[in-house]
Structure formats: C-alpha cells, structure tokens
Design a protein around this ligand. Structure first.
Ligand code: SAM
Length: 396
C-alpha cells in the first residue's frame, strides 16, 4: 500500500499498518465507532488527557514552583536492584529495541503524524444525545440498590436483516422502539438488534452497541456467565484485571516495577497453568502523545510509557477442523501505539486479536472487568457501562 492508501484505510478502520513492521498505530475513537450506527464516540471526551489546552499563566507558575521545590530535595542514591528488579530490567532491555523500532516507524510517517494532531478535534457531528446528570458509580449502586432496573430501548425491524446500511437508516427512522425493563445488576442485558440501543438507568442514558451484551455484577456472580455446555463457550477472552496498583503500595520503595514483575510471573507461572493456558506471545501497548513523542522517558525506572499484554492459548475442544485451520498463530512482539484516553482506558484491541482466534466463526468474545462494550462482544464487570455513558457520545 502507498501512503495515501494506508491513510484511507486508517480513516476507515482506525488502524494504521506500517510497512515491514509488526507495529500499528490505533485511533481508539475510530475503532470504537465501527460498533455504532446512530451515535459516534466523541473524540474530545475520549482524548482529554494528552490534548491539553495551552498552559495558562497560573499553571505555568505552579509548575515552576513545584519543580523548584523538587530541586531543593537532595538526590537520593538509588539502592541496588533486587532479583525481581533485575528480571524486570532484563525484560525491559528485551522490549526496548522493538519499542524504539515501532516508534521510529511512527516518527517517519509524516502523514500520520499530521493526522494525529487532529484526532481530538475532528468530528463530523455535534448533537449531544441526552445531557444526563452526574456519572453514576455502578460499584456503589450495585452494593446499595442491586434491584435497580434498566430500560432498554431497542429499534427492532425486519429490515435489520435485509437492507444495506444506507437504506437501513431510513427504514429504522420510521420504526418505533421496543422497550424492555430488566434488572440492571446480576443479569445478562442483551441488545440483539443490528442497531445501537439506548439503556436508561436512573436519569442517565447509556449507548449499547449492536449485537452486544453486558452483565454487571461483582466477581462473586461471575459463575453465572459460565456456559452450560463447553461448546457454547467463548473463543476469545480479554482480561484487564484490577491489579493492585502502585498507590496501594506507596510505602514500598519500588512500588510500580517489582509489582509489575510480580504480576507477570503470577500470570505466567500460576494463572496460566491453573487455567490450562499455554503462553503464546507478548504484545506491547506503547503510549504516545499527540505530537508522536513518548508519554514519558522509555527508561524511567518507576514509570514506563508502555504496558504488556500477555497472550495464551487454551487447548479447547474444537470439533470442526476446517474452521480450526483458518486462524493465524499469534505473532510475538506486536507493538500497538495509541494516544491514551482518560482514566487508564485501554485501546480496543479486540479486532486486532480476532485473526488469531481459533474455533467457529464468528468468534464468541468476552471482556472481563470491562468498562466499555464493543459490538459483538459480551462485557462483564462491576461497571461495564462506564464509558457507554451518553456523555461520551454524540448523535449523528
Ligand atoms: N480494561 C478496562 C478499561 O480499559 O477501561 C479497565 C479495567 S480496570 C483495570 C478494572 C475494572 O474491574 C474496574 O472497572 C473495576 O471497577 C472492576 N472491578 C474491580 N473489582 C471488581 C470485582 N470484585 N468485581 C467486578 N469488577 C471489579
């Protein structure tokens, strides 16, 4: 592909593929928007973190004074590294050349860099769906009002199955909604239509993508999601667990790094064997700023501009060998670059993983501890509607 083809592919899919590289650049807003029909994810609410408005005089002075305060402190001599820290450092040294090469690809792609600057502002639409009140804490609601109900407004139409998308829009606009009132917690809420649905809880609206489900509960209820039959299980499971974070360990000297290493060895040595999963590959999520630079120095000891995604295969019982042979074994060391969203929101990588998923197609996919929902997926967690709040969307 030449550069203009790659860019138009990026505009369509939200994924930019670099030549001869296992790196990609992802615009989460575009990727997510493939899940919606009448709504679009608002780029300005997605990207509020790394697209700061120019610094105001006040914040400049506070930055200066805080850096002066910092300078007064005596620099501490770093203590020698322990065994786990050494392993972490070695892992970092292995990842370094991959990350540098991926980043180099990004910096060389001037067209893409130009597009990056516009990712936040660019929007074809302006209408807000419903203003809604303050965002609910589903964790608190689940504890205090577990009987709460959700009103799901679905646009059902026979035309769903028969018409191409442009005609679908017209036909849907004359359809009336079907409303379902369902328990909001400890219940599988499904939008099985081919159109976006609107879910209302208390006074807030949430946009639910087509052909998706959410199950909002505490971990204690997760057994309810285990399918009755092994052959109706999931072929792709994405998990981003609430690991203990650095702030929970503020008192320990090297909070982030050893903690991270501890988790890594827990996943590889305990969790995967306990689940019967064999390690397959590691992907990296490299976080960059609007101008393409790293979000922080690559070699900072306590803080890294990247995160790891560990992939594994479970030897499932797939009967249909034809379908089984149609998947590509996962490539190691892929680097996914993106500008981070707010609240440590991860980029939507589901589609990037689908090509590596064995078993029947379409794959059945579930995200555990999800805070957002993708079309075709089941989202489970104690707040799967978090980023579905209508404040993150605009109506087309
Ligand atoms: N991948 C998500 C994203 O990018 O937005 C982030 C997931 S976050 C690391 C972990 C999620 O797990 C949070 O939404 C948190 O509320 C949820 N969680 C924590 N403890 C839980 C529990 N006991 N049961 C269900 N969900 C829980």
């Amino acid at each position: 592909h030449d550069d203009s083809q790659k860019l138009s592919l990026f505009y369509e899919s939200g994924i930019y593929y670099f030549d001869d590289s296992n790196a990609v650049f992802v615009d989460p807003v575009r990727v997510l928007n493939r899940s919606y029909h009448r709504f679009t994810v608002s780029p300005s609410t997605y990207y509020s973190r790394f697209f700061k408005s120019p610094t105001t005089p006040n914040s400049v002075s506070s930055t200066v004074s805080s850096s002066l305060r910092k300078r007064k402190r005596k620099p501490k001599e770093p203590p020698p590294l322990n065994e786990r820290e050494l392993i972490a450092l070695q892992r970092h040294q292995e990842a370094r050349p991959l990350l540098l090469a991926a980043h180099e690809c990004l910096l060389k792609s001037t067209e893409l860099l130009n597009v990056l600057k516009t990712l936040k502002s660019e929007s074809r639409c302006s209408k807000k769906e419903c203003e809604g009140g303050q965002q609910h804490s589903f964790v608190d609601l689940g504890r205090g009002s577990p009987q709460l109900e959700v009103t799901l407004s679905l646009r059902v139409s026979d035309a769903d199955t028969h018409l191409p998308p442009n005609e679908l829009e017209d036909s849907l606009s004359v359809q009336c909604c079907e409303q379902k009132v369902l328990p909001a917690f400890n219940n599988l809420v499904a939008n099985d239509t081919k159109d976006d649905a609107v879910a209302e809880i208390l006074d807030n609206c949430y946009i639910v993508p087509r052909e998706s489900c959410f199950y909002m509960s505490d971990l204690g209820q997760i057994r309810n999601l285990i399918p009755a039959h092994a052959d109706s299980g999931f072929n792709l499971i994405v998990v981003d667990p609430p690991w203990e974070n650095a702030s929970a360990h503020q008192k320990s000297r090297y909070a982030t790094l050893p903690n991270r290493e501890k988790l890594r060895s827990f996943v590889e040595r305990e969790l995967f064997p306990a689940w019967g999963v064999s390690y397959a590959a590691t992907f990296y999520w490299l976080k960059v700023k609007q101008n393409g630079s790293w979000i922080c120095d690559l070699d900072l000891f306590h803080h890294r501009p990247y995160e790891c995604l560990i992939l594994g295969y479970s030897p499932g019982k797939v009967n249909n060998t034809d379908n089984q042979s149609k998947f590509k074994p996962v490539k190691n060391d892929r680097v996914i670059m993106s500008i981070p969203g707010d609240f440590s929101r991860k980029p939507p990588i589901g589609d990037l993983l689908l090509e590596y998923v064995p078993g029947l197609k379409p794959s059945r996919c579930i995200e555990l501890f999800a805070r957002e929902i993708m079309a075709g997926w089941v989202a489970w967690g104690n707040e799967p509607l978090y980023f579905q709040d209508s404040k993150y969307f605009v109506k087309k």
